[in-house]
Write a protein that binds this ligand. Structure first.
Ligand code: ATP
Length: 605
C-alpha cells in the first residue's frame, strides 16, 4: 500500500541522498514529492529522479516494496555497485532508465524476468560480462541501449538476434568490447549503433575470415536520433564554457526583448499603433482596390496599396488600418501579429512579416497564390501591403483564438473541460483545411502546422492559418519548430517542407488534442522524448491510464467514446511514423477521422 511505498522511498532517500532530501517527508502521501507519481489507487507508479545527485549503492529491500512501478528513471546520477536483486519484484515495469551512472558487474538476470519492459537503457555505466541470451525473454522490448559499457563477447552466439531484434526500434551497443558478426535482425540499425566495437558485417564492414574487422572509430557525429559516444574531458569543458557564454547571451537577448515587448504593450493602447510601426505611407491618398485581381497587383507599378483578394465585402483603406487601435497578439516565426479594430464591426489580424528577402514582384506572385486559396477550414488572407522591406498581411480576426490557447491556456479554476465532440470536430476541420491545401498541387504544403496555427470560429470550427508563409521567408528566420516537437524528423531545412512533413505535424496536433499535453512540455521530455515518441512508447493497454487527457477521462459519457479516442490516437501514431512513406496522406486522414465517429455523429457527412 501507499504507506509501504512511502517507507521504501524514505529508505531510498537515506541510502542515496541527493535532491531527495528536498522531499517534504511530513506529508502523509509521497505522491506530491518531486519525481514521484501515483495512480488512482494511490500506489507509486513512477519514480523519475534524473540528475538528482544520487550516489552510492542501492540496498536491497527498497524496490521489493515499490511493486506498482511502471516507470523508473535514475539516469544521470552517480549510483554505483550492482542493481538490487529485489528490483525483479517490480513486474509491472515498462520503462527503466539507468543510463549515465556507475553501475557495475554483470547485467543482472533479474532484468530478464521483467517481461513487460518496453524501454531499457543501461548505457554509460560500467557493466561487464557478456550480453546474456536472457534478453530474449523481453519480447515487448522496443528500446535497448547498452552503449559505453565494458561488455564483451558476441551478439550472435547469444541468440540476441533471434526474437529480440525484430521488435526493437532503438538499439545501441557501441563502445563495448564486442566481437563477431552482427545478427541479421539487428542489421537494420545504422552503423552508429555498433561503432567502437569489433563487430563486423552489415551495416559495418564485411567480416574477415576470422569473423572480425578492426575496431571502428568512435563516432561523435551529430546524427539526429542516434545515441552518441562519450565525450573527452576537453570536449566537456568546452561544452560547459559554451553553455555559460550561451546562457549569458540568452539573458542579454531576453533583457532586450523584454524591453521591446514592454514598448509594444504600451503601444497597444495607442490609437495609432500600426502607424508607429513606421510603415512608409505614400504622400498622396492611398488607393484601395477591392476585388482587385492578383495579377493586377503584380502589374501595378504603384505597389503602395492595400491589395484585396476575392470578394471582400468589408473594404478599408491602408490609412484606416494605420489609424486603427491595435494590440500585439504575439510574435511568431514569420513576424508579429496584431489585432486591429477598424470599427465596431470590423476587426482584422495584421501580420507584419520579417526577413522577406525576395523582390516585391516575386513576393506578389507568391502571395497571390496564397490569396487564391479558398476553403471553409482556412483563415482567408483578405489583403496585403508590400513595399520594400515592409510587408503586411491582413486576415480575418478569429475571436476564439487558437487551439493551443484553448488547450493549454487558462488552467485556472473557471476553466471548462474541452469535450470530445469539440476536439473531434476541430481535428476534422483542420484535417480538411490541410487536405484542401495538399489537393492544390502535389508540391503544395503548409510547412508550419501546429496548434497555434489552428484558429477557431465562435462555433469551434477549425481554420488553419499561416499557410504559404514558410515559402515566403528565408530559412534563417524560420525557427526550428522541432524543439517544440512538431517538426518531422526528416526536415532539416525549414523552408523545404513537404506534404508528408505536414502529416507528421498534424499527427502531433492530434496527439496534443488527445493528451492535452503541449509538445514542448519539458516534464514529458524528461526521458529525452518528444510528445510523439512518448506516445509511441506507451503500450495500447496503458493508453487509458497514461496517455489520454485526464480532463477528457473525467467527462461524463467518456466510456461511450473511448473507442473513437483510441482510433484517433492510432491515427496520430500513424501520422507521426518516423519514416515519411509509412504516414497516410491527408485525404486518408480526413476519411479516417470521419469514419471513426459513430453512426449518427454530427461529424459524419
Ligand atoms: N487571424 C487571427 N485571428 C486571431 N488570432 C490570431 C490570428 N492570427 C494569429 N493569431 C494569434 O496571434 C498569435 C501570433 O501568431 P503568429 O502566427 O504570428 O505566431 P505563432 O502562430 O505563435 O507562430 P508561427 O509564426 O510559427 O505560426 C498566436 O497566438 C496566434 O494564435
Amino acid at each position: 500500500d501507499l504507506a509501504a511505498d512511502k517507507s521504501a522511498l524514505l529508505s531510498l532517500r537515506s541510502a542515496v541522498g541527493g535532491r531527495t532530501f528536498l522531499w517534504n517527508t511530513e506529508q502523509t502521501t509521497p505522491c506530491n514529492w518531486t519525481g514521484v507519481a501515483c495512480d488512482g489507487a494511490n500506489r507509486v507508479t513512477a519514480l523519475r529522479l534524473p540528475g538528482f545527485a544520487l550516489s552510492g549503492n542501492i540496498p536491497e529491500g527498497i524496490f521489493g516494496n515499490l511493486t506498482n512501478l511502471r516507470t523508473l528513471s535514475l539516469r544521470l546520477n552517480a549510483l554505483t555497485g550492482s542493481l538490487p536483486l529485489d528490483l525483479g519484484a517490480c513486474a509491472d515495469l515498462r520503462r527503466l532508465y539507468l543510463q549515465g551512472n556507475r553501475f557495475s558487474g554483470e547485467i543482472p538476470p533479474l532484468l530478464f524476468g521483467l517481461s513487460n519492459l518496453v524501454r531499457l537503457d543501461l548505457g554509460e555505466n560500467e557493466f561487464t560480462g557478456e550480453i546474456s541470451s536472457g534478453f530474449k525473454n523481453l519480447t515487448r522490448l522496443k528500446t535497448l541501449y547498452l552503449e559505453n559499457n565494458k561488455l564483451s563477447g558476441s551478439l550472435l552466439d547469444l541468440g540476441l538476434g533471434l526474437g529480440l531484434g525484430l521488435g526493437l526500434d532503438q538499439f545501441n551497443v557501441s563502445n563495448n568490447s564486442l566481437n563477431g558478426s552482427i545478427p541479421k535482425s539487428l542489421q537494420k540499425f545504422d552503423s552508429d549503433s555498433f561503432l567502437g566495437t569489433s563487430l563486423c558485417g552489415k551495416p559495418l564492414g564485411a567480416c574477415s575470415d576470422e569473423g572480425t574487422v578492426p575496431s571502428q572509430p568512435i563516432s561523435v557525429g551529430n546524427i539526429p536520433g542516434k545515441r552518441k559516444s562519450k565525450l573527452s574531458g576537453g570536449a566537456i569543458a568546452g561544452i560547459v564554457i559554451g553553455c555559460v557564454v550561451g546562457f549569458l547571451l540568452i539573458i542579454l537577448v531576453l533583457m532586450v526583448l523584454f524591453r521591446r515587448k514592454g514598448d509594444e504593450r504600451t503601444r497597444a493602447v495607442d490609437v495609432e499603433t500600426i502607424k508607429q510601426l513606421e510603415i512608409e505611407v505614400p504622400g498622396e491618398k492611398t488607393a484601395v482596390e477591392a476585388n482587385e485581381p492578383s495579377t493586377a497587383a503584380v502589374n501595378s507599378s504603384g505597389a503602395r496599396k492595400l491589395v484585396f483578394f476575392g470578394n471582400a465585402t468589408k473594404v478599408f483603406e491602408l490609412e484606416d488600418l494605420l489609424r486603427a487601435s491595435a494590440e500585439v497578439l504575439g510574435k511568431g516565426t514569420f513576424g508579429t501579429a496584431y489585432k486591429a479594430v477598424l470599427d465596431a464591426a470590423t476587426m482584422v489580424a495584421v501580420k507584419r512579416l520579417k526577413d522577406v528577402t525576395m523582390a516585391d514582384r516575386e513576393f506578389m506572385e507568391k502571395i497571390a497564390v496564397v490569396g487564391a486559396m479558398d476553403h471553409e477550414n482556412l483563415v482567408p488572407l483578405r489583403a496585403y501591403y508590400c513595399s520594400g522591406d515592409e510587408k503586411l498581411l491582413v486576415y480575418d480576426f478569429m475571436s476564439m483564438g487558437s487551439l493551443s490557447a484553448l488547450l493549454h491556456g487558462n488552467k485556472g479554476a473557471g476553466r471548462s473541460p474541452l469535450d470530445w465532440e469539440v476536439r473531434a470536430r476541430i481535428a476534422l476541420g483542420a484535417a480538411r483545411g490541410l487536405d484542401y491545401l495538399h489537393s492544390q498541387d502535389p508540391l503544395s504544403s503548409h510547412g508550419n502546422v501546429k496548434s497555434s496555427n489552428i484558429l477557431l470560429t465562435n462555433s469551434h470550427d477549425a481554420r488553419v492559418s499561416d499557410f504559404g508563409l514558410a515559402q515566403l521567408v528565408g530559412s534563417s528566420s524560420a525557427t526550428p519548430n522541432r524543439v517544440t516537437g512538431y517538426r518531422a524528423p526528416e526536415v532539416t531545412d525549414p523552408s523545404r517542407v513537404s506534404q508528408k512533413a505536414d502529416v507528421y505535424s498534424f499527427g502531433v496536433v492530434l496527439l496534443e488534442l488527445l493528451t492535452g499535453k503541449a509538445p514542448s512540455n519539458s516534464a514529458m521530455n524528461e526521458e529525452g522524448m518528444d510528445l510523439a515518441r512518448w506516445v509511441h512508447s506507451v503500450e495500447r493497454e496503458e493508453w487509458r491510464r497514461e496517455v489520454f487527457d485526464s480532463e477528457l477521462m473525467s467527462l461524463e459519457r467518456v466510456d461511450s467514446v473511448e473507442g473513437e479516442m483510441e482510433e484517433m490516437l492510432q491515427l496520430g501514431i500513424d501520422c507521426t511514423e518516423q519514416h515519411p512513406d509509412k504516414r497516410p496522406v491527408m485525404v486518408e486522414v480526413v476519411r479516417r477521422i470521419q469514419e471513426l465517429r459513430q453512426p449518427g455523429s454530427e461529424l459524419v457527412d
